[in-house]
Design a protein around this ligand. Structure first.
Ligand code: ADP
Ligand code: MG
Length: 429
């Protein structure tokens, strides 16, 4: 039997954050070498990728890159495209679909799949664009339109938000005509959607990494550190499963590997099922800071390590082809109900993410990881992440309070995890 060792390098393309990268790097080190079924041992190393000139024919040292930078910085973005097209490097996420498929494309694709996207209209820019050709084009081709008529199509209350949104930039709630005209005047050169507001009972935010999905109770009006409630029972089984299916379908459709999805859930009355309305599901490489995810941070870090290891060691191919027709073939069928279509999308999505194979692989190849990770999250490494991140994020007079707050939530996760590991009946979602 071949007893060789293979080394795989994971590149991290980072913004300002230092919390999750430290956790990720530490967990990879704690995991240690991973044996495969053929006698080869796989050693995973990590490196924070720096930005420098690159020759298009250079061979990268990396086998997988996790990117949280390229959405605004073009040098790493173009490098990711090069290493994807030329060198088959595995990307979380691919700029080919993350940059070309923004919120607007995500609405279009998921409307075509029949998901319950609220009524949405794209309106032309309010102000002239900074482009020499604008005056001519606008005079000749911009049709005058009646904003009141558009509003009547959508209905009050509604939301105005950028077509390529993220992080609540430029989002406003519009209750009446005065709000509408003020918000449109203020939109300037931002290209905006108007979208019907969905009244709802609960806001669910799902975070997916490969085939792993966590559906969390989100409270958008709270300050950032309190937006995710620690709440394991806030959805019916049907709504919870629908949220997983929607998030996984979006991700498989766009080949996003690491993305979050926001859904509004209206509870059914008189035995009717709950309704799930997706409103924002193009958040590739979302915020996973300890200061926002807190209790769920260990889950996210473990999933990121496991999925990276799985992709590297099983040599999972990373393609830029979307193959959208497979989804549209289901969407266009008239003989299937909404529930049947969702089930068919879920099958495609689970196949895409190799969900069964992944969980089997984790069970056999990463057998000790749960215990090793729990030890790390309980130890001084995690505590330093909390202390350093709180000091970098909050004003001095709040440090003690927030250090204790996040320590408490991570300790709660550790207790729950210990209980989970001591029962053998754990079922993967
Ligand atoms: N159609 C809608 N119905 C109800 N609330 C909405 C709707 N659209 C947006 N919102 C509210 O506005 C917030 C920001 O909108 P979102 O589409 O998530 O933009 P962003 O991409 O900037 O996060 C949402 O988290 C939600 O609270
Ligand atoms: Mg959002």
């Amino acid at each position: 039997m071949d007893q060789s060792t293979r080394t795989h390098l994971v590149g991290l393309l980072l913004g300002t954050e230092n919390d999750w990268p430290v956790a990720f790097e530490s967990l990879v080190r704690a995991l240690g070498p991973i044996p495969d079924a053929h006698g080869t041992t796989h050693d995973i190393q990590t490196e924070r990728t720096t930005i420098e000139p690159f020759n298009l024919r250079d061979r990268p040292r990396h086998s997988l890159v996790i990117d949280r930078l390229a959405y605004w910085y073009y040098v790493p973005r173009e490098w990711l495209k090069k290493i994807s097209l030329m060198d088959d490097v595995y990307l979380l996420n691919s700029p080919f679909t993350f940059q070309s498929m923004e919120k607007h494309s995500a609405y279009c694709a998921m409307m075509r799949l029949g998901l319950k996207i609220p009524e949405t209209v794209l309106v032309p820019y309010k102000n002239p664009l900074d482009n020499a050709k604008y005056a001519y084009t606008a005079e000749r081709y911009n049709q005058p339109f009646d904003l009141d008529e558009v509003a009547a199509q959508v209905g009050y209350p509604m939301y105005m938000k950028p077509f390529d949104g993220g992080g609540w930039r430029g989002v406003s709630r519009i209750n009446d005509r005065t709000d509408l005209f003020r918000a449109y005047d203020d939109s300037g050169e931002m290209l905006m959607h108007l979208q019907a507001a969905r009244e709802h009972d609960v806001f669910a935010r799902a975070l997916s990494i490969g085939p792993e999905t966590m559906v969390m109770h989100f409270q958008p009006d709270e300050p950032m550190h309190n937006r995710y409630a620690v709440d394991h029972d806030f959805l019916s089984a049907q709504a919870g499963d629908e949220c997983i299916t929607i998030n996984r379908t979006v991700n498989a459709f766009f080949k996003w590997e690491f993305n979050s999805c926001e859904m509004l859930v209206k509870r059914g009355t008189d035995g009717q099922p709950d309704e799930v309305y997706p409103i924002d599901y193009a958040n590739a490489c979302p915020d996973v800071a300890i200061t926002s995810l807190h209790y769920y941070f260990p889950w996210a870090m473990k999933a990121l390590v496991k999925w990276s290891a799985y992709c590297l060691i099983t040599e999972r191919p990373n393609s830029v082809d979307l193959e959208t027709t497979r989804y549209f073939a289901i969407a266009d069928r008239t003989d299937l109900s909404y529930e049947e279509k969702l089930a068919a999308y879920r099958t495609l999505a689970d196949e895409h993410f190799e969900a069964d194979r992944y969980y089997d692989w984790c069970d056999s190849r990463l057998r000790n990881f749960d215990a090793v990770a729990l030890e790390w999250f309980r130890g001084p490494g995690m505590d330093s992440v909390i202390v350093d991140t709180v000091r970098a994020t909050f004003p001095a007079h709040e440090h003690d309070h927030f250090i204790e707050h996040f320590r408490g939530l991570v300790a709660l996760w550790c207790r729950d995890e210990e209980a989970r590991l001591s029962t053998s009946q754990f079922v993967h979602p």
